[in-house]
Write a protein that binds this ligand. Structure first.
Ligand SMILES: [Zn+2]
Length: 893
């Protein structure tokens, strides 16, 4: 509401600290509302009130005054006010409870038109309850059964009920309250599933980001429009029912039981791993179940899995609900039991391990001593390592999935070489890091006739500020050495960067302005660059507000050192802002026009010409004296001429610090020249009336967009799977905090480490490491990894010289779409019976073609080794023709 800068009456800063401090530390309670605040505003407020002791120096300093709460930095689109993706708690925003928010709003107000960003505290976890503020709401796409093309995007909390959504849909589509309705989830390939439990939450119903929901209105005659569909649709519900039709074994969807798409995706990959599925379908597991293994799950995971696989391959179900299986997983691994989004790879690792221990043929694991290679040949050491592994671990999982890799550590001091061979169940491959990033920056030209222009530059990820200038120079033709890179925030320079500073200090949300400055004037004189801020004098003054507040866009101006007089400075600034000064002046302002002068007709020309008049001793150039001035007011009257100090200036100067706070010492002059250091900051104080009358606010904020802005922000990058394997086998030096204990030196050393593959399994599981985390950067790599569908030769990476050729064909892919934590999982898999590819999206299954499989969503890959005698798998004809068709036995319309 409060558009007013001041907000309401505020207690003094000490009281603000005392009132808010305790509120910021309170615990989250389910159902409560918390508010997001841009951390930049919040930090400014903390400085202003001296929240942290090191900020006490300037407490209450009026120019630190944060102004109204401004969350514009958090919005991807200022119009709809949707949050930017991937915002990070504390770094981008802070969360405050309702009471704290209300206080801040009462004291400071909000920027006009900005809606508060309020979010609910939700609970997750089945056994151990955790609370979190649901910063990102779930996006759902809503439409009517009668008009499925008119799709509206709406956001809901995971704690909202289906009834809330239904209510919202009735309103959106003007459905009268007396009409009966039903809700349906629509999956890819037009498979539908009724959402019947209105009391269940969005979370429990398993709705995912981007899910399409459809509302169906009962016909006048009491029938449902969707009843006219084939009878099999009626059998579609969450529970697993016997259906009258025969479906293809294995082509069976899995119902989403509340954010379980990660589990369904992993299960479809495993289900389509032929040797594992055959083992269960042929009941070979029964004889091998190990109920007593303390490392296992008493055989219960294996039994639940067997039960599920038998249902999926019975050919009697279009989809089943893996309820029993989920419960068992939840019992042994509570981290998977909740409803929060999980990682399909983590579940896969848990499952492979759980199935292995439940089916371990070794009833009592022998104790085996680890032996170092001690210079023995690799083949001997590898054989010993594998035999030892098998003595303790012997199961269908080891038979199918386990391989052996070699790791070599070399001590940099004593050259001690340590070779070990270790089993693996899947390969986690690093993705080459993004080398470049694109940045949007605004260039402010020294030529005052050019509007500031936005550019999109591509810079090295680990580059320096000078790289940014070079890239910008190529686009703008402005010499890089004349650029100064700044971060502008709250009408002041938050930071002025040095050329050698790393670009990693610049966050995507920072407002980067690059100024063109002059190091020397045309005649070769040395120039000094000064920061100029604009401040508006305040009419109303209260005890807590000072005489001025920062406004407008700060400037960097270059002035020859030998001309650094107040008058010259005044003229240079006037020249800089000339293009957004309004002319001719209004009548009310004519009173300051003390004497008439001469100028030409064009307002801009008038002012520029006049500038040169002002330039005192040199280059005095007469304006066109043939045109007479408009009688009522003329800019040049306002400028003040040397020696005519009685004239009213548009503004005055003060020397300030980088926050725009006036320094105690005023500007000192040496004779007529000012004594200022480079980057000294001057503030220009305008009175509000002058600002309102003379400044063309629209023009002062106007900017151009360079055509580089049309390029998409993310450059599509592609790497080959082999590049990732090579990266995995590249020698690296251990980090400072991750040293190796050298048994020879008897101390920790930063050894070199190298991985090599020694033997590979029948089924090779490849995990692409798409998620990267560090303290400041959370990211999902969207790199497209080009992996072969067939004929993946791994021999070149296997260091056993006598190994048979390793050739693999792809059999399944677990896909992850969207951002971390809010995404959706699906799977592509090849049916072992008919050799065709299918797309598994929870309960929906559709035909797929090979050319659809390689995408940036591919996350975990399953490859099957070809038997040496086996010929190249014949490619199936015309799969693509079938791609968009429904497969038999699907619940589709
Ligand atoms: Zn050593």
């Amino acid at each position: 509401m409060a558009a007013e800068l001041d907000g309401g009456p505020r207690p003094d800063v000490g009281a603000q600290r005392a009132e808010l401090g305790p509120l910021l530390g309170i615990a989250l309670r389910p159902g409560e509302s918390w508010y997001l605040i841009d951390s930049r505003w919040f930090k400014q407020w903390k400085k202003y009130v001296g929240f942290d002791s090191w900020d006490m120096y300037n407490v209450g300093e009026p120019n630190l005054f944060p102004g109204p709460i401004d969350n514009s930095g958090l919005f991807a689109d200022p119009e709809i006010q949707t949050l930017k993706e991937h915002l990070i708690d504390e770094l981008d925003y802070v969360l405050v409870p309702t009471e704290a928010w209300n206080k801040l709003v009462n004291w400071y107000g909000c920027v006009e038109g900005q809606q508060p960003i309020v979010r609910k505290v939700v609970e997750y976890g089945l056994f151990v309850k955790h609370c979190k503020v649901e910063v990102y709401l779930l996006e759902l796409k809503l439409c009517e059964n009668s008009d499925p093309t008119n799709v509206l995007t709406c956001h809901f909390s995971k704690a909202d009920t289906i009834a809330t959504i239904e209510k919202e849909m009735r309103q959106l589509f003007n459905i009268p309250s007396e009409k009966e309705t039903r809700l349906w989830s629509r999956y890819m390939s037009n498979a539908y599933e009724q959402v019947s439990n209105l009391d269940s939450t969005v979370q429990d119903a398993g709705l995912y980001h981007g899910q399409v929901l459809l509302i169906e209105v009962k016909n006048e005659d009491g029938t449902w429009p969707r009843q006219s569909l084939p009878a099999k649709v009626s059998g579609f519900s969450y529970s697993c029912r016997e259906s009258p039709f025969q479906s293809q074994p294995g082509i069976c969807g899995l119902s989403n039981l509340g954010n379980t798409c990660f589990m369904n995706s992993a299960l479809q990959c495993l289900s389509n791993t032929p040797p594992l599925t055959e083992y269960f379908l042929e009941d070979r597991y029964e004889a091998e179940i190990n109920h007593d293994n303390p490392l296992g799950m008493r055989g219960e995971i294996a039994e639940a899995y067997a039960e599920l696989i038998k249902q999926m391959w019975s050919g009697r179900h279009s989809h089943v609900a893996p309820r029993m299986f989920k419960t068992q997983v939840g019992r042994f691994a509570p981290q998977f039991s909740g409803y929060q989004q999980q990682d399909s790879q983590e579940l896969l690792a848990f499952l492979l391990d759980g199935l292995h221990e439940d089916l371990n043929r070794v009833k009592k694991k022998p104790y085996l001593e680890l032996k170092d290679a001690n210079g023995r040949p690799d083949s001997v050491v590898a054989k010993e390592a594998w035999e030892n592994h098998r003595l303790r671990n012997d199961s269908i999982i080891v038979d199918i999935f386990h391989g052996l890799f070699k790791s070599t550590l070399v001590c940099p001091k004593c050259s001690k070489v340590s070779v070990t061979f270790d089993p693996f169940c899947y390969l986690t491959l690093p993705l080459p890091l993004k080398k470049d990033r694109s940045m949007d920056v605004s260039l402010v030209f020294a030529d005052l006739h050019r509007r500031p222009t936005q550019y999109r530059v591509v810079v090295p990820m680990m580059g320096a500020v000078s790289d940014l200038c070079e890239a910008l120079s190529k686009l703008s033709k402005i010499p890089a050495e004349n650029m100064v890179v700044t971060d502008v925030y709250n009408h002041r320079f938050h930071k002025i960067f040095q050329m050698d500073e790393g670009l990693s200090h610049i966050m995507p949300k920072d407002n980067i302005f690059v100024y063109e400055v002059c190091k020397s004037s045309e005649d070769g004189a040395e120039c000094i660059t000064l920061s100029v801020y604009f401040r508006e004098k305040r009419i109303r003054q209260s005890s807590t507000s000072s005489g001025t507040v920062l406004c407008g866009q700060p400037l960097l101006i270059s002035v020859p050192k030998h001309k650094l007089t107040l008058d010259h400075l005044y003229n240079v600034v006037l020249e800089q802002i000339g293009h957004y000064i309004k002319f001719p002046l209004t009548k009310e302002y004519s009173s300051v026009c003390l004497d008439s002068g001469i100028c030409n007709g064009s307002s801009r020309g008038c002012e520029v010409e006049e500038m040169e008049h002002q330039d005192g001793d040199e280059g005095r150039e007469k304006a066109s004296e043939t045109d007479s001035c408009q009688s009522e007011g003329c800019a040049h009257d306002l400028l003040g001429k040397e020696g005519q100090h009685h004239k009213k200036h548009l503004f005055t100067f003060s020397l300030v610090n980088s926050y725009g706070i006036s320094e105690i010492n005023s500007i000192t002059t040496e004779g007529k020249l000012l004594k200022l250091n480079s980057y000294a900051t001057l503030a220009i104080d305008l009175d509000p009336d002058t600002r309102k009358l003379l400044f063309d606010e629209q023009e002062s904020q106007a900017f151009e967009k360079d055509e580089s802005m049309l390029q998409s922000q993310k450059k599509k990058t592609t790497v080959a799977l082999k590049d990732c394997i090579e990266l995995f086998t590249t020698m690296e030096t251990l980090g400072e905090h991750d040293p190796w204990y050298c048994p020879n030196c008897k101390k920790h050393q930063q050894a070199t480490k190298k991985f090599d593959l020694w033997s590979l399994p029948r089924i090779l599981v490849v995990h692409l490491k798409r998620f990267s985390y560090n303290r400041y950067w959370r990211d999902k790599l969207d790199t497209v990894v080009e992996f072969p569908i067939r004929d993946l030769s791994m021999s070149e990476f296997v260091c056993d010289p006598i190994a048979d050729p390793y050739v693999y064909d792809l059999i399944a892919v677990s896909n992850h779409y969207g951002a971390m934590g809010v995404g959706h999982y699906t799977a592509y898999a090849k049916n072992k019976v008919n050799g065709r590819w299918y797309y598994f999206d929870d309960s929906s299954v559709s035909m797929a073609s090979e050319d659809q499989i390689v995408t940036k969503a591919a996350y975990v890959l399953f490859y099957q080794r070809r038997d040496s005698k086996q010929h190249i798998a014949p490619s199936l004809p015309a799969e693509s023709e079938l791609a968009s068709e429904e497969c038999d036995g699907m619940d589709t319309n």
